[in-house]
Design a binder for this molecule. Structure first.
Ligand SMILES: [Zn+2]
Length: 86
């Protein structure tokens, strides 16, 4: 799952086929198709969730105590499937 974080307003949001924007309007992004996504903005940081890891964490949601961790990662500056449009 591809998400965008705005380092100016701290919004984190998922992407859709229609362009979405953060609260301050400086970071924008969208899916181009099921695999490719693009984003713009000097404060935009691309983030990914490992889908299998998130699904497992949802299945194993604890009733109490510590939360169930899952894998999230910052996408590399050069990425062929999630890239910055200038
Ligand atoms: Zn913002």
């Amino acid at each position: 799952m591809k998400l965008l974080m705005c380092l100016e307003c701290n919004d984190i949001f998922n992407l859709d086929l229609s362009e979405k924007s953060c609260s301050c309007g400086r970071s924008k992004g969208k899916y181009i198709n099921q695999q490719l996504a693009e984003y713009t903005g000097e404060f935009a940081l691309p983030i990914g969730f490992s889908n299998p890891s998130l699904i497992n964490a949802i299945k194993d949601q604890p009733n109490e105590g510590l939360g169930k961790e899952f894998t999230a990662f910052v996408v590399p500056k050069k990425c062929e499937t999630f890239f910055k449009r200038f």
